[in-house]
Ligand binder design. Structure first.
Ligand code: BEZ
Length: 259
């Protein structure tokens, strides 16, 4: 594996592993779509702290994980020393041997240059190999991000959406990108998956700190508190139910074959 990575996001891997376990817990379901077989060569693209990589390994497949964040890879190696994990960028990686499958959970919405990631995935697969992926799709966290933008505007930050680090495509958009690069899309779906956040009261604040840090860069500590409070107030009537925050996630799931 060529690991060429300049991590842009300072991921706190302990916070991720301990307080955001829902990210890979929901991803377990996606493993059924991957349907890994013993002996298959599989790459977990954006493996985080490695929990799903380990589930794939348990099927007897030969799996390795890559992630652009060195902190995540360090934790993944500690968690599962028997699995190979490398730091590498989804937009710029190569593998030593052609793969049967690339698996990716909750990562591709961070990759705005989707065509580059798709080109790498295509190159990494054997003919007939598959990509199985889930990520945020069109309309993902729309209510949440609108509240965040409004809160930022209320403290004088204009056009906060220009700081947006996410890419939430429609099925049509993503399937077209895959087809343009030589994939046949076998299955694609977009569905709402309201997602309860851990940490009860602090759920939204923690989510913003973990995943929406790009918007907070340059704010004073006081401004951050003010923005988060403002988001909480705005969202309480819609996204706070029985003491739990529910994020308005919408997921894309895709299975495509390299032709
Ligand atoms: C998601 O899983 O949909 C997501 C996570 C963090 C930021 C944006 C979206």
């Amino acid at each position: 594996m060529n690991s060429i990575s300049i991590p842009k996001h300072n991921w706190d891997s302990s916070l991720y592993q301990n307080k955001h376990a829902f990210v890979w817990q929901y991803g377990e379901d996606l493993l059924q779509l991957l349907n890994p077989k013993a002996g298959e060569l599989i790459l977990d693209l954006g493996c985080g702290t490695g929990q799903l990589t380990e589930k794939i390994a348990q099927t007897g497949a030969k799996v390795m994980g890559i992630d652009s964040a060195a902190t995540m890879i360090e934790k993944a190696r500690q968690n599962y020393p028997h699995i190979r994990f490398d730091v590498a960028d989804a937009k710029n990686f190569q593998v030593e041997q052609p793969l049967d499958a690339v698996f990716s959970n909750a990562v591709l919405h961070w990759v705005k240059e989707a065509d580059k990631a798709i080109a790498c995935i295509h190159q990494a697969l054997k003919p007939g190999g598959r990509i199985v992926a889930e990520f945020g799709g069109k309309g993902n966290i729309q209510v949440l991000s609108q509240a965040l933008f409004s809160a930022m505007e209320s403290i004088g930050i204009s056009q906060p959406q220009t700081l947006n680090p996410w890419y939430f495509p429609s099925i049509g958009e993503y399937a077209t990108l895959l087809e343009q690069q030589g994939f046949e899309v076998i299955y694609a779906t977009l569905f709402a998956r309201p997602t309860p956040l851990a940490e009860k009261e602090a759920g939204i604040a923690n989510w913003i700190k973990m995943f929406a840090g790009a918007f907070l860069v340059g704010m004073t500590a006081e401004q951050k508190i003010q923005v988060i409070r403002n988001v909480e107030e705005c969202l309480k009537p819609t996204l706070y139910q029985d003491g739990t925050w529910i994020a308005d996630y919408r997921r894309i799931r895709i299975l495509a074959i390299k032709v």
